[in-house]
Design a protein around this ligand. Sequence first.
Ligand code: NAD
Length: 474
Amino acid sequence: MFKVAIVGAGSAVFSLRIISDFTKITEFKDVEIYLMDIDETRLNSTFILANKLNEEMGSKLKFKTTTNLEEAIDGAMFVINTAMAGGHDYLEKVRKIGEKWGYYRGIDTQEFNMVSDYYTISNFNQLDLFLKVARLVEEKGEKGAWLLQAANPVFEGTTLILRNVSINMVGFCHGHYGIHYLAETIGLEMNKVDWQVAGVNHGIWLNRFLYNGKNAYEILDEWIKNNVYEPRHPFDDQLSKVAIDMYKFYGQMPIGDTVRNSSWKYHYNLETKKKWYGKFGGADSEIGWKWYQDNLKAITETINKLAYFVSQNSNIKLLDYNLYKDYLNIEIFKEEIERIIDTEKLSGEQHVPFIDSIVNNKRQRFVVNILNNGVIEGIDNDVAVEIPAWVDSSGIHSEEITPKLSERVIKYYLRPRIMRMELASEAFLSGDIKLLKEILFRDPRTKSEEQVEGVLNEIMNLPENEKMRKHYIL
Ligand code: NAD
């Protein structure tokens, strides 16, 4: 038996995916899981549903809830961090201030970092929380404890923590599943595809793509010649015009959220976004992000209602949603719940299978964020890269990246993205405001020094940014 802590466990869909995975791996029947969050309502909903799932799946997982971070991490062998300091409300508040000062989609929307909840400049509280969690893992965790980073920004967070805190740590993202989508759409059977991706989080590229041992890029090229892709929803961009345009420029296909993280060419305004990403303008347009947030809100509300319903009807079966689907509008997360209650399939999140590999010495392949240490040529050793690796109880073993990433991917995509990570990380560590300003001086939307001063002042004067203000200014 060992202890796991989920920090930010009120993120119910994510927590239920993780918990359902624990219930489905037979060796994990009696793990102790501490659910930690500062929001007691959300925490309680996760707790009710977790216990119900546990009971119906016949597992003996033990759940505890706490609002105390230290208590959660004390003695834990694995800590999963999915917390977002300030939540989506903070992100929107800061985005609004940015737009007022002439920064379309906010100051944290940057070249090669357009993802709308991936703040690096104004996200002091989130980075501060990352370090706090990591240091607690070092001080209070079980000997050799692991931190599994799910919360964004995974790239900045993984680099920052692995450079500054001596713990076992890995960052996870599900962006690489874009390869499954890509392969299936162009008519390939996934089990015959030999693939590799490499890069940094939200900046990964398909360096190896073989089908039955032959170059599958030729099949992709043929598909591109004969098809025009229309997105079915804002996140449906893996084969969008922008993905193909990036492929033509960089010589390799961008995978997953990399398609969102393109240059300004595709993001000047909504019209440009629509031209490249289709009618919704992509996930990070004002239309696409609103769609995502409305969905998240509806899911959170439905989960709270479902938890209440379960607490009032003890004979209800979570595994049979026909019993409650008419009472609740579960259409919004039907696919989610189907997967969570599917006893045969895991959720697709890598965290619990990773723990399984470490604890039970099951050698499995993952896509991980770890320090480069020579795996990708042309990138510093102490930068967190996202690469395929094999994991067993002796740890993480990176694959050799072959063939290499294209020269354009390294020179014109990864290096500029890494430079931005370095500026944001050094600013955060040193408290030197000049570094934050420098990021904005290099921003094509900046027209004057007053604009830079104005937007940073207004963001730092938000009540929740008192610590940030003191760090940078006093
Ligand atoms: P959310 O706001 O819905 O949930 C985050 C939870 O964190 C909330 O329950 C909140 O109360 C809690 N929280 C905030 N501050 C806390 C603190 N100090 N201590 C403990 N808990 C705290 O956000 P979300 O949409 O679920 O996203 C969560 C994070 O996961 C974000 O950073 C997002 O970017 C990231 N994310 C990562 C991936 C991935 O594959 N790596 C995918 C989707 C989202």
